[in-house]
Design a protein around this ligand. Sequence first.
Ligand code: GDP
Length: 375
Amino acid sequence: MEQTEAGWHLDAGDWWNRMRSEKRTTLEMLGWRGEFAAYFKNLNRPDLIPARISVQFRTSYRILTTGGEIPAEVTGRFINPIHPGVELPKVGDWVGVQIFEQEQKAIIHELLPRSSKISRKVPDRKTEEQIMAANIDEIFIVHGLDLPVNLNRMERFQSLVSGSGASPVYVFNKSDLLGDTDLIKEEMRSGTPVLIVSAKKPDGLDSLKEFIKPCRTYAFIGASGVGKSTIINSLVGEEIFRTNEVRSSDGRGRHTTSHRELVMMPGGGLLIDTPGMREMQVWDSGAPLADAFADIFEYSESCRFSDCRHTTEKDCGVKKAVEEGRLEKARYEHFLKLEKELSYLRSRQDQWSRMEQKRRDKILHRAIKRYYKDK
Ligand code: GDP
């Protein structure tokens, strides 16, 4: 692959180039950037071309590239238990694929490093991280103005987004139900952009549409009923994010072509909406609390003990701020609750990784035993 003035030149055969010229999509339009290109170049694999995951169903995928969307599968390396560190690609990931012209499908060989990843806990394995989507630039945190603003919930979502590597943007929907929206902007002076919209008014989504830029990737999160689906359907123009149209496997991917989890919007931006992103929980990925509670972290600098938990310790800067009225008691208590939840998660996470390592060791031992027995 090489970059020319006309874009990226892909050396992947006639069928592919014909598809490409018909579609007139460039890699940049799919979110490709210098950082991905640099990594891809270093791979030094002229047999591969870059593609972006648009749908995942276990190890079957659909991928987007300049030639359009085609089915893809991962190589064995991604699913073999003797490669414990290898992760499966997720929706939004950039991958290096080999195109098979005859079958009109692709094999995924390489997963490129992510610029961001949004994760949640796995419901049945309480502390395992499950990546819902990757390489999102901005995440819209939606709130419905038919209910009072729940600052705690907004902070929870913000800390989740801050930990993902994407940037948060607050979207207050259903402005048609509220007279004065200036108050909202006033209340949310956090530095995070605030958009006030209505999915039910003719020009109600204009500010959101203006915010969305070509070649950048977006996603929506927020509680159920706040209007995410209505907004998404209005932006994309049709109901293409339906998830119930799954047919039985025919060896070329399980999803019908009407199912999408990453699409290009009419204005040029890219939108990711995976089923799991709709019910996300707090996940500890780095220091998400530090962003959402910057004020508390500042107060903690005057604590006497560097490992102060801000509960029973003497000379605690945070408790002092509460006593002197500089920090709201409710905000302090909310912070303690989240901290507790996160430290529980961290300890469960350690426990879980030890169990997972044991499981993998067992599989490996069994494979080695079988190998010597068969010899
Ligand atoms: P989701 O669960 O976040 O995907 O929410 P939905 O998109 O399903 O919307 C929930 C309800 O809110 C539906 O009855 C929508 O018609 C309604 N709704 C969505 N956007 C607006 C809006 O801007 N104004 C009003 N009044 N209702 C809205």
